[in-house]
Design a protein around this ligand. Structure first.
Ligand SMILES: C[S@@+](CC[C@H](N)C(=O)[O-])C[C@H]1O[C@@H](n2cnc3c(N)ncnc32)[C@H](O)[C@@H]1O
Length: 210
């Protein structure tokens, strides 16, 4: 991103984004350590929160380059992660996989590069009404991002196709990949929450016996 775009983004969008990402991070901060991969890092606000609030060393990967801060960023082809097996202490994805038409491939790659734990924060529908809201909110957001891309102020490559899942579908995905579910809970980000968010913490190894 050019310096002008960077300044525009930082001034107009960022304060709110850092605040929002900080609220999300609070829901899994105790899991963050060492080298962290933020899959689909977007503008990088979550990486900035992790870096400043936990001392972890985040690396971001995305199909588009909108990253604004100092954490290392790698653009990739959306298919194969350019990292060795088990090279991250934690892998996170915040509102990304519902954009993926190749969920199994993307998730298998995330699992491959994780040493053990992964955190997924997702919009999870529970009925027809909030599924409809999810679509509506995303169409509005995508239209905004597409407009910014036309204006040369952002790079938005995903748009208008969504693959939202309910809780059972996420749990089934983890089962297919042989993972253990360590945490599975709702996340409330504000009084305006119409759609439910969920935090899943999953791991390759079973939790230690109590
Ligand atoms: C809703 S934004 C979330 C950004 C960031 N995680 C956050 O919470 O602010 C979705 C991001 O996923 C990225 N994305 C979409 N498909 C992807 C894929 N297959 N692999 C990696 N990133 C992808 C988009 O480019 C976009 O940056």
């Amino acid at each position: 991103m050019s310096a002008t775009k960077h300044n525009w983004f930082e001034k107009r969008i960022m304060p709110g984004q850092l605040d929002y990402s900080g609220k999300i991070l609070a829901s899994f901060r105790d899991r963050v350590r060492g080298r962290v991969l933020d899959f689909g890092c977007g503008v990088g606000a979550m990486m900035e929160c992790m870096r400043t609030q936990t001392g972890a060393a985040p690396v971001g990967v995305d199909i588009a380059h909108n990253n604004l801060w100092s954490s290392p960023f790698v653009r990739f082809d959306g298919q194969t992660l350019p990292f060795k097996d088990a090279s991250f202490d934690l892998v996170t994805e915040i509102f990304v996989l519902h954009h993926s038409p190749i969920l199994e491939k993307n998730f298998a790659e995330m699992v491959r590069v994780a040493k053990n734990e992964l955190v997924l924060v997702e919009d999870v529908w529970t009925n027809k009404q909030n599924r409809w809201w999810l679509h509506r909110n995303h169409v509005i957001f995508d239209a905004f991002m597409v407009a910014l891309t036309w204006l040369g102020l952002a790079e938005w490559k995903t748009g208008f196709k969504y693959y939202f899942r309910d809780r059972d579908e996420w749990l089934e995905l983890f089962r297919r990949h042989g993972l253990h579910v360590l945490e599975d809970r709702e996340l409330h980000l504000g009084p305006g929450d119409i759609v439910l968010h969920r935090v899943f913490v999953v791991a390759k190894n079973p939790p230690p016996a109590a």
